[in-house]
Design a protein around this ligand. Structure first.
Ligand code: IPE
Ligand code: IPE
Ligand code: MG
Ligand code: MG
Ligand code: MG
Length: 794
């Protein structure tokens, strides 16, 4: 590496370190003279006017136990609303975000205006009672909700890009790291960058320009956010060997010092593929940021990044068994990393110079770091990580010279609110509320006894101050924050979804196995004296590697939703797969799509001949009716109704295939495309959901919502099929790709292009999800089915 460049990097690190050291000296001086305790005691006396109620046994908290699940989220927000506390709650929460994430000063009238505006906006999206279930409400933090937001903001393509990226990243996160956590962190960083961009734009930017700027912010956020899982968390984890860590660290350092990403070179060992992926992803991200940095911003970005990286490095190398770190060694890297990580957010955006922002952000960082490290102290201790808290826990008796991080935390608060934010009333209110809230949450999590022990260790040595804080932790009310509620809600949702998804995949596996076991058609003895290949041919087609989605859907509705007896509806499950397999046999014929491979094997007309294939198709549709007519555990009227419905739908499907063949080379309208896809594909999805409802004797009204869902899910399925025809591969699909282009077929891809097709698919996905929300069914399986449909690669 170029020595001169390394010298430059060292020089600005030294400069940053000097600034951090000065800050630390000022803080430790303030800590030593104890003025913070007197000042904050006074502040708390005022603060408590709004937070101590002497009838606080009425407080909601006495009723609220455990972490908020998704119901807790809604219940709590409604409770706030009904008691008239919602506005203050949102105001303090949004104000806090403006302080912490946007580096604003709350005494500015513009900032106050913006906060009011955002509070109103957020309220619009909350699931409050008496509010209509408008688009976006209640589900902003689902994929469908985010996608709808992106559509409105004109960044649908960017959102699709991001979803693909997140999928790729989380599939690559190795077992020794937490993929969900990586995704959550990335989303958080992206949200932070997007917020900055929105603030910086203000109102009145024309829609197109706005969309362009949001697109860039999302991509920049992702590019910067990637460094969290792939640099910091990766190096913290035990995934890489020491040698790999050194090499990897050197690579990052060279990038930040020279401003360009070196080639990876040879990398052997079990992490080869992971490192290759990370290297290429980080290089792309880095290049993206570099290209967008406006004149003059490049230097600042590299400097901040280097300071961030190097200070983390210094921190990471600390060893908890080393008893001799000085206070400076402990705190200066903390100041550096927490400040630089925040300053980078604005520098990636090439935001205009703002000394006020830079200053506030620089001073603010350590406050946040000390709050986070406080909350995590026992996890960190277990992991053997050195943080001010873990180090103090371990050495405070032996080292009376060590600064008490909890005392420093209060010193920082006092310094911030009075020296940095000029004693602004609102800032004092928000910061104290946040501090008390942090302690309350910690106490709730640890239990009273453990909390008491911790507080004894970290007592500041100002009995009056310690006492008032503990009184506040016990008695203060109205100290909650929306971002915390949201975080709990999102984490709870993530893990619920993950559990549900696993249950769904288990179910799919089990039911698929059961269906596979009964599909085989046995020879009818009477006819066996003359040879004919149809039954073998039918079994050949049925045996292949089919997903069995349609009978699985029927099982979900029939058995899971309506409680029908599994063995009683087996004939229905079989009939659906017979019918579907027949449709594939016809579809592959030379007269139709002329395909050579299906379900991983040669198509039927290749294996036998066209005549046999045609007859087998017809044979299977008739076997399907035969199965339906043997549903003898149900009311005959229902079965008759089912057969009538099924025959009509099969006829409709034939029309769908005919539309498809007739539209070769034509530029269909979107409406025509939707109709064609519904007829050729969506109808089978509808039938899979409706037929069990008919058997369960459900009324037409019940069927309507299911039909709407099936319409959109079915079309989404076909669009994905069209996309896989250009983007998939034979090995996973079990059928050739490129058929549509070869046949000059009119598909979503040929009409709208790949990007347009993707957008259409996600739009149908969202509408299908929205219809699910309107039904009263236990819809988790259908939700996951839909996720599966759009994310599948086979
Ligand atoms: C393929 O259906 C035909 C279309 C409707 C696009 P599937 O993708 O469900 O095919 P198998 O049953 O898994 O083979
Ligand atoms: C087929 O659509 C629809 C049917 C119901 C058979 P495609 O022609 O796109 O199906 P694949 O791609 O061959 O499976
Ligand atoms: Mg076709
Ligand atoms: Mg085909
Ligand atoms: Mg296809």
């Amino acid at each position: 590496m170029n020595d001169q460049l390394q010298n430059n990097a060292d020089a600005y690190y030294r400069l940053a370190k000097k600034k951090a050291a000065d800050y630390f000296t000022s803080l430790s001086g303030q800590l030593a003279n104890k003025i913070y305790a007197t000042t904050l005691t006074k502040d708390i006396q005022t603060w408590k006017q709004n937070h101590i109620r002497y009838n606080s046994f009425l407080s909601f908290f006495s009723h609220r136990k455990g972490k908020s699940d998704s119901r807790g989220y809604q219940t709590y927000l409604r409770w706030l609303d009904s008691t008239g506390k919602l506005d203050a709650y949102l105001d303090r929460s949004i104000s806090y975000i403006y302080l912490r994430d946007l580096g604003k000063s709350l005494d500015s009238p513009q900032t106050r205006d913006r906060i009011r505006h955002v509070v109103e906006d957020v309220k619009e999206h909350l699931p409050l009672s008496g509010t209509a279930p408008t688009e976006g409400r209640n589900k902003l933090f689902t994929i469908a909700g985010l996608y709808r937001w992106a559509q409105k903001a004109g960044v649908a393509s960017t959102m699709i890009w991001l979803m693909d990226k997140l999928k790729a990243v989380s599939s690559k996160i190795p077992a020794g790291m937490d993929a969900t956590e990586a995704k959550r962190k990335l989303m958080k960083i992206i949200a932070g960058v997007v917020m900055h961009r929105i603030e910086e734009m203000g109102e009145g930017v024309p829609a197109e320009e706005r969309a362009g700027k949001l697109d860039e912010a999302i991509r920049l956020g992702y590019s910067y956010g990637l460094t969290y899982p792939f640099i910091d968390d990766l190096l913290d984890s035990g995934v890489l060997s020491d040698e790999e860590k050194n090499r990897y660290t050197a690579l990052i350092r060279t990038t930040l010092v020279t401003g360009s990403v070196p080639a990876l070179g040879r990398w052997s060992g079990k992490n080869k593929e992971l490192i290759r992926f990370i290297h290429s992803e980080l290089r792309e991200a880095y290049t993206y940021i570099q290209e967008r940095l406006q004149h003059g911003a490049r230097e600042g970005f590299l400097e901040q990044s280097y300071v961030f990286f190097h200070s983390q490095e210094v921190d990471r190398e600390k060893d908890l068994s080393n008893a001799y770190y000085s206070n400076e060694e402990l705190y200066i890297p903390v100041i550096l990393k927490s400040a630089s990580s925040r300053l980078i957010v604005r520098s990636v955006l090439s935001a205009s110079e703002d000394d006020g922002f830079d200053n506030r952000t620089f001073f603010y960082g350590i406050y946040n770091q000390l709050a986070d490290d406080f909350a995590d102290m026992f996890d960190d201790l277990m992991a053997g990580a050195v943080t001010p808290y873990t180090y103090y826990l371990k050495y405070h008796s032996a080292r009376p010279d060590l600064i008490n991080p909890f005392e420093l935390y209060w010193t920082v608060i006092s310094h911030l609110v009075h020296n940095v934010y000029h004693s602004d009333t609102k800032t004092v209110e928000v910061m104290l509320t946040r501090a008390i809230n942090g302690l309350k949450r910690f106490k709730e999590r640890m239990g009273d006894d453990k909390y008491g022990e911790v507080m004894e260790i970290f007592a500041t040595g100002n009995p009056q101050f310690d006492r008032i804080i503990q009184t506040m932790v016990r008695k203060a009310v109205d100290v909650d924050f929306f971002d915390k509620l949201l975080r709990d809600h999102i984490i709870a949702n993530f893990s619920d979804e993950e559990e549900e998804r696993e249950a769904f995949l288990d179910m799919v596996k089990t039911v698929r196995g059961q269906i596979n076991d009964v599909l085989h058609i046995f020879e009818d003895d009477d006819a066996s004296f003359v040879e004919e290949p149809i039954i073998d041919a039918a079994n050949y087609s049925l045996q292949g590697d089919g997903k069995r989605l349609r009978p699985i859907m029927t099982w979900v509705m029939g058995v899971h939703e309506y409680g029908l007896d599994q063995s009683a509806i087996m004939p229905l499950l079989k009939s659906l797969e017979y019918m579907h397999t027949a449709s594939l046999i016809f579809d592959d014929l030379p007269s139709q799509d002329n395909s050579t491979i299906r379900r991983g094997c040669p198509t039927l007309h290749h294996m036998y001949n066209t005549a046999t294939a045609e007859l087998t198709g017809l044979y299977l549709t008739q076997k399907a009716v035969e199965e339906q007519a043997s549903l003898d555990k149900f009311e005959p009227e229902s079965v008759l109704r089912l057969i009538h419905y099924s025959a009509g739908k099969t006829a409709d499907m034939c029309r769908g295939q005919s539309m498809d063949l007739n539209s070769k080379g034509k530029k269909l309208t979107l409406e025509q495309l939707n109709t064609m896809c519904f007829y050729k594909t969506g109808i089978a999805f509808e039938a899979s959901l409706i037929m069990p409802a008919i058997l369960a004797g459900k009324h037409e009204s019940e069927l309507e919502a299911l039909k709407r869902f099936a319409y959109h899910a079915g079309i989404a399925f076909q669009i994905k099929d069209d996309l896989l025809d250009v983007e998939g591969d034979l090995a996973s699909l079990g059928k050739p790709t490129g058929k549509d282009a070869e046949n000059n077929n009119s598909t979503f891809v040929s009409v709208l292009g790949v990007e347009g097709a993707r957008k259409a698919m996600w739009d149908h996905y969202c509408t299908a999800m929205e219809t699910l929300q309107e039904t009263h069914h236990k819809t988790t399986y259908l939700k996951h089915l839909l996720n599966y449909i759009v994310n599948r690669d086979s």
